[in-house]
Design a protein around this ligand. Structure first.
Ligand SMILES: *Cc1c(COP(=O)(O)O)cnc(C)c1O
Length: 330
């Protein structure tokens, strides 16, 4: 990846004149079956560009309580766009119940914000959202005249997990998910392992609007090809290997099974959630420092979150399992 960055031909992407950025945008748009794409510095900016391109001031987007573009982005769509979120509670599988979506869509009445957009996320907290649900929810939104955006920061994790179920190809599965949406955001800097960057995909006309928002958000970058080359390398080399991360997450979950007060959710992809109860909960405060001292990073307090990725190997997972078991005397 460093070598690809070193060798990247560069221009000025503020003038749409950087060959490496243009090549990346064409590659990701084609891969996911869209007309066009826009390279942006972060997933947060990508979602912001999407929401502000689908919605005007006084419109609203329907979204899940735990989705990144509602909960974890500083309320950007409301702050910068005066776009109101309509958050809904998730079902246990991460979906937003169809009846709740339908009930949240407002009639055209001066009392209400205008319902304009349904935003979904896949994977959500590492959970693969079932494809038939994605098809039903996006069909409902379309029937009701709403646009549909996917926060697919971790879309390729979803695609690899789905491919393991269907026996299909991960890229084909990514396209199958993406084709249900008017816009899709993907991160190169999460599981794919690039240092920086996301892409927003959509129609040519939509991406032209998003380009304007990116400029306003300060996301126009000049010799950005050095970053696009890393993202392009990640698309070429780091998609199929996500299956290794998923296997290591399973290994971590299996290794932590059976500790008193430690409840492990079986991971779909590369994120492992661990809930601490009873005696384990009482000891929770010292756990992360204990792990950090051994170079093992996690987040949370009573609900811990571990992520496997291309810098973590089986020996590292085993070291984490050993350290956690020892901490709890198990
Ligand atoms: C990380 C993440 C983002 C935001 O990405 P940044 O590049 O950190 O701004 C958006 N959505 C999801 C689902 C994410 O996991």
């Amino acid at each position: 990846m460093r070598a690809a960055m070193q060798d990247a031909p560069l221009g000025d992407d503020v003038f749409s004149d950087d060959p490496s950025v243009n090549a990346l945008q064409e590659k990701i748009a084609a891969l996911l079956g869209f007309e066009a794409a826009l390279f942006v510095p972060t997933g947060t900016q990508s979602n912001l560009c999407a929401i502000l391109s689908h919605c005007q001031r006084g419109d609203e987007y329907i979204v899940g309580q735990m989705q990144h573009c509602y909960r974890w982005e500083g309320g950007g769509a409301a702050v910068f766009g005066s776009v109101q979120p309509q958050p809904l509670a998730h079902a246990a599988d991460g979906s937003l119940p169809l009846a709740d979506i339908e009930a949240a869509i407002k009639p055209d009445d001066a009392h209400f914000a205008r319902s304009k957009l349904l935003a979904l996320e896949n994977t959500l907290g590492g959970k693969l959202i079932p494809l038939d649900y994605v098809q039903q929810a996006t069909a409902l939104a379309q029937r009701k005249g709403l646009a549909r955006h996917l926060d697919g920061a971790r879309l390729f994790n979803a695609a690899v997990a789905q491919a393991a179920q269907t026996g299909g190809d991960a890229r084909a599965e990514a396209r199958r998910i993406a084709q249900n949406f008017d816009s899709v955001s993907v991160c190169f800097s999460k599981g794919l392992g690039a240092p920086v960057g996301s892409a927003l995909c959509g129609s040519r006309e939509f991406i032209a609007r998003a380009h304007r928002v990116r400029k306003m958000a300060g996301g126009g970058m000049r010799q950005a090809g050095v970053l696009a080359a890393a993202a392009s390398y990640a698309l070429d080399h780091h998609i199929d290997r996500l299956a290794d991360d998923h296997a290591l997450a399973q290994r971590l979950a299996a290794g932590l099974a059976g500790i008193d007060g430690v409840q492990v959710e079986l991971p779909h992809t590369n994120i492992v959630f661990v809930d601490l109860t009873g005696p384990a909960r009482d000891k929770s405060a010292g756990l992360l420092p204990h792990l950090a001292a051994q170079g093992i990073q996690a987040t949370g307090l009573y609900r811990l979150r571990f992520v496997t990725h291309l810098d973590v190997d089986a020996a590292g997972v085993d070291r984490a399992v050993f350290a956690i078991r020892r901490y709890f005397g198990a």
